[in-house]
Design a protein around this ligand. Sequence first.
Ligand code: HEM
Ligand SMILES: *[C@@H]1O[C@H](CO)[C@@H](O)[C@H](O)[C@H]1NC(C)=O
Ligand SMILES: *[C@@H]1O[C@H](CO)[C@@H](O)[C@H](O)[C@H]1NC(C)=O
Ligand SMILES: *[C@@H]1O[C@H](CO)[C@@H](O)[C@H](O)[C@H]1NC(C)=O
Ligand SMILES: CC(=O)N[C@H]1CO[C@H](CO)[C@@H](O)[C@@H]1O
Length: 505
Amino acid sequence: MQVYPSLPLAQVPVLASILVTLIFVSIRIRRYLIHREFARRHGCQPAVRANKDPFLGLDQLLPVIRAVGQHKVLKTLQEVYHRYGNTYTSKRILHPGIFTIEPENLKTMLSVNFKDYGLGHRIQHYESLLGRGIFDTDGDHWAMSRALIRPNFTRDQVADLTSFENLISDLFALIPRDGKTVVDLQDLFFRYTMDSATEFLFGQSVGSLRMAQSELGFAPAFNYSLEAIWMNLLLGPFSIFNRDRKAEECNRICREFAEQFVEDAVYAAQSEKKHPETKRKSYIFSHELARQTSDKRRILDELLNVLMAGRDTTASLLSNMFFMLAKYPATWDKLRREVASLEGRLPTYEELRNLKYLRCCMNESLRLHPVVPLNERLAMKDTVLPLGGGKDGLSPVFVAKGTQVSYNVYAMHRRTDLYGLDAAEFRPERWEDGHLKPRWEYLPFNGGPRICIGQQYALTEAGYVTVRMAQKFRTLESRDPGPWEEALKMTLSSRNGTKVCLTPA
Ligand code: HEM
Ligand SMILES: *[C@@H]1O[C@H](CO)[C@@H](O)[C@H](O)[C@H]1NC(C)=O
Ligand SMILES: *[C@@H]1O[C@H](CO)[C@@H](O)[C@H](O)[C@H]1NC(C)=O
Ligand SMILES: *[C@@H]1O[C@H](CO)[C@@H](O)[C@H](O)[C@H]1NC(C)=O
Ligand SMILES: CC(=O)N[C@H]1CO[C@H](CO)[C@@H](O)[C@@H]1O
C-alpha cells in the first residue's frame, strides 16, 4: 500500500494561486505607496473623475459612440469639459486616462517635460502604411527622422510659389463660373494638395485634377488607407478583430507607387556623386533625402509619413475656411479688397506674408475648426501636470506611467475665458491689430520639439490658393443649406464638403 504524502496533491493549485494573488496584491500595494509618495512630494491632488463605471468607463464612451452617428463628436466631448472642468480623469477601457484643455498642462507635456511622454501606441496602427518614420516613432528613431527632414523646410524651399501656380490652371478649369452650377471645392482642394504634395515629394505630380475619378490609382488607395487607420484608432484594443483586406491591398498600392520614386531618387543621388559638376534641377524632397541616406526603406517611410502629415491637413484647412468664407460674404469682400493691393499680379512670398487679413482668416479657421482637433500622449514614467488637481483645479495632478493624456484642441480653442463670449463664432477680426497673441492656448500646429514641420509650407500653400481664388472670382456663395458639420477622420473637414457657386471677377 502506498503512503500518501501529508500534503494532498489536489491542494497544490489552490496554494499556488493564493501565492500568486499575494504577490500580485503586494506589487499593487507597493506601486500604490510609491505613487502616493510621489504625488505627495509634488503636492498633487486628485482630478475630478468623470466616469461612474470605474472599470471600463463605458458611461463616458457610449455618448461618444452615439455622437459619431450624429456627427457631433467634438461638441459632445466639449460638453464633458463644461461639466467637469478643464481637466478630468476617466477610464478608457481598463486604461487610466487624463483629459485636459489647460494650456499650462499642454506646455508641460509637449515641451517642458517632453521626454516623459511618447507616442508608442501609434505605431501598431500606422506601420502597415507608413512604416517607421517621423510621425509614428519616438526617441532616437524619431530624432533622426526629424534631423533628416527638417532642414529641408527652410524658407527658400517653402517660398517656391511656381509649383503652386502651375497647378492653379488645373484647379480653375474645374470651377464653373455661371454663378448657378454648384461645385464642391472640398473635393477640388483635396485633389489640388495631392498634386502639389506628390510634385514636392516625388518630383512628379499624380495629376489628380486632370483625371476622371475612375482613372485614379494612388490617390483613392491612399485615401482608403487613411480611413482604415482611423477606423483602427477608433476601435482601439478591439482593432485586432478588424481584418481589412482592402486596406492591406491599398497599403501595398501606396507603398509600391512611392517605391519607384525612391529608386529614382537614389539613382539621381548616386549619379550626382559621380558627376558633381551637373547642375541640380528644381527641388525634390525625395532627392534631398537620398543625398543624406542610401537606406531605401527609410526614404520610403519618411516620404509616406510626410505625405500623410501634409496632404489632408492643408486640404482640410482650405475646405473649412472656404465653407465659412462662403457663409460670410462681407468677409470674402474684405479679403478681396486686401488682395486687390496686388493689382492682379501673382503674389511674391513677401507679399503673401504681408496680407494681414488673409492670415486672420486662416488663423480663425484653424481656431474654430482645428484640422487636428484631438491628440494624445502616453506617459512613459510617473510624472506630474501642473494644473487640474483638487476642487478648484489649481493643484498639480499625478500622472502614472502608462496613463494616456488626451487633449482637445477644438474645445480649448472655444474656451470663452480665453477667447471671449463669442468664441464659438467665425470672426477673423478678432485677430486684427495683434489683439490675440496666444501661446499654448492656440495649438493648430502643436508645440514643443514635435511642432509641425510643415506650418510655413501649409500656410503658404493655403494662402496662395486663397489669393488666386480671390483674384479670379468676385462672388462666392454657399450652397450648403445647413451649418458646418464635422467629418472627423484623420483630419477634421466638412461633412457635406464645400458646396458653392462662383462668378468671375
Ligand atoms: C494646415 C495644415 C497643417 C496642420 C494644421 C498641421 C498640424 C500638425 C500637428 C497638430 C502636428 C502634431 C502631430 C502630433 O505630434 O501629434 C503636426 C506634425 C507634423 N506635420 Fe503638420 N500640419 C499641417 C501641414 C503640414 C504639412 C504641409 C507638412 C509637410 C509638408 C506637415 C508635416 C508635419 C510633420 C512631418 C509632422 C510630424 C512632426 C514630428 O512629429 O516631429 N504638416 N502637424
Ligand atoms: C475617401 O474615401 C471615403 C470612403 O472610404 C469617401 O467617402 C471619400 O469621399 C473619399 N475622399 C476622397 C477625397 O476621395
Ligand atoms: C496668427 O496666429 C499666430 C500664431 O498664434 C500669431 O503668431 C500671428 O500673429 C497671428 N496672425 C495674425 C494676423 O493675427
Ligand atoms: C447636406 O447636404 C444635403 C443634400 O444636399 C442637405 O439635404 C443637408 O441639409 C446638408 N446638410 C447641411 C448641414 O448642410
Ligand atoms: C534644399 C535644402 O534645404 N536641402 C538640405 C536638406 O537637408 C540636408 C541635410 O541637412 C542639407 O544638406 C540640404 O542642403
